[in-house]
Design a protein around this ligand. Structure first.
Ligand code: SF4
Length: 460
């Protein structure tokens, strides 16, 4: 099969989306969706992404299937410019073209090159949630606009076209975020936000640039949510979602699950509510006991974790799912070959400029103010990740902190990385000691599931 150049493939993808959007007759949309899948397969040529394109074509064409209905809803509900820009930037530039380049760069530089970078524009926040890691940095740290733009420019050279923001509350810097979207038109941006600063003026800006998505924090029921985030925050989040949906923008929710809210954040009623509100995805994060004061009581039990794993997969099933794309990062390691941190698929830059392997791992030996992106990826700490990944052959036990607590301590000791927590630095041994019992308890459950699932796959 002949290869397509970047220019001609982007052009064809752009025309394909235009055709889809113009189709008033929804009956025939499937034909064009299948053509887009064909184009994707042709462009990726011999770059193996582990995608079964025949199965994708089949699911896209199945009008009764969850994937087909998900795509049709997006076509009906999203602003055309936003939809097109998202498909081109996230789908084409980041997932296809960027991945090709990233694979090449990994070989050339012999280190991890990530698919996305997460950064904190600011440590400031307009809320004061219990247990928020942002509180550790204080509220006076900021990355300048030029620093953030420089990271994106360096990233693009390495094939990175997807950037996420957390904080602090990133929308405290919403003008700068929109400016980044304008300056880097070929990239996709996503902000993790508490949602309380979303207003019509910001929606207008998001619509104009087209390449900004949101993930809004939710904790489950209004009572649980407001207990942690503050009185009235749940109502503000619902209002923000209504406004974003009305404006045809792309957003989803970001949910930290704990021993206290596990069942409620995946129950049918809650999922239906998110779909009705216009969420396209729900990103689930397992609670991590990070910080000197963090409680271990919030760690989910093995039964709760297994329930989360099964339910999130049921919700996102592409044939029988419930209309929401879910990711449960701690339980989805098998799709990523384990831990994604240390630049393997992503890393985190805090508001002080420190490069951390993961948003939950607050140790660093480099800073964007003294090191280039490539120097960060080749630093002792990131190379230790590179050398040691995966940290466990069982991808249900992916983490060097949570499920393999000895591994993080070794890497921090061996590389001399320092705590980036400016207010109350926590030693790696203190952090990892909080995970030892959890890791021991989870191991037999995880090993049993892993071997049973492997057996099923082998016997298929
Ligand atoms: S370090 Fe742990 S929490 Fe971070 S990506 Fe790796 S497995 Fe996940």
């Amino acid at each position: 099969m002949g290869t397509l150049t970047h220019f001609s493939a982007r052009k064809s993808a752009s025309l394909g989306v235009d055709f889809l959007l113009k189709k008033v007759n929804k009956e025939n949309r499937e034909e064009d969706m299948v053509k887009l899948v064909d184009l994707m397969e042709k462009y990726m040529d011999d770059d193996d992404m582990g995608i079964d394109f025949d199965e994708v074509r089949d699911m896209v064409a199945d009008k009764n299937g969850a994937l087909n209905q998900y795509l049709n809803r997006a076509l009906d509900e999203l602003d055309p410019h936003v939809l097109k820009t998202t498909v081109l930037n996230l789908g084409f530039e980041a997932m296809l073209s960027g991945t090709k380049k990233m694979h090449k760069m990994r070989k050339i530089h012999d280190c991890n090159i990530p698919w996305l970078i997460l950064m904190d524009p600011t440590s400031a926040c307009n809320l004061h949630c219990t247990g928020c890691w942002a509180a550790e940095y204080g509220n006076k740290l900021n990355l300048t606009y030029d620093e953030m733009s420089n990271i994106v420019s360096q990233g693009k050279e390495l094939g990175i076209f997807f950037y996420m923001f957390t904080g602090g509350e990133p929308l405290v810097r919403k003008d700068d975020l929109i400016k980044l979207c304008e300056e880097h038109k070929d990239c996709q941006f996503l902000a993790f936000t508490n949602g309380t600063l979303v207003d019509q003026a910001f929606c207008d800006e998001m619509k104009r640039v087209g390449n900004m998505m949101l993930a809004i924090s939710l904790e489950g029921s209004p009572e649980v949510n407001d207990l942690r985030r503050g009185q009235g925050v749940y109502g503000k989040v619902m209002a923000a979602m209504d406004l974003l949906k009305k404006n045809g923008l792309v957003f989803g929710s970001s949910i930290c699950y704990t021993s206290k809210n596990c069942a409620s954040v995946v129950d049918k009623e809650f999922v239906n509510l998110m779909v009705d509100k216009g969420c396209r995805y729900a990103l689930y994060f397992h609670y991590m006991p990070v910080g000197n004061e963090a409680s271990v009581d919030l760690l989910p039990s093995p039964e709760q974790r297994i329930y989360m794993k099964n339910r999130t997969r049921e919700i996102r099933n592409l044939r029988t799912g419930e209309g929401l794309f879910t990711m449960d990062f701690q339980n989805d390691g098998e799709y990523m070959d384990g831990c994604i941190a240390g630049g393997r698929n992503y890393f985190h830059i805090n508001a002080n400029g420190d490069a951390e392997p993961c948003v939950f791992i607050h140790y660093s030996d480099t800073n964007i103010r003294t090191h280039s992106l490539l120097e960060i990826l080749q630093s002792p700490l990131f190379m230790a990740y590179h050398k040691n990944q995966p940290f466990n052959e069982n991808h249900l036990r992916p983490c060097p902190m949570l499920e393999n607590p000895g591994r993080l301590q070794e890497m921090v000791k061996e590389t001399g990385a320092k705590s980036t927590d400016l207010q109350s630095p926590e030693s790696a041994s203190h952090l990892c000691a909080k995970c030892t019992d959890y890791a021991k308890t989870w191991k037999p459950y995880a090993d049993k599931i892993w071997s049973e699932e492997k057996e099923v796959t082998t016997n298929k």
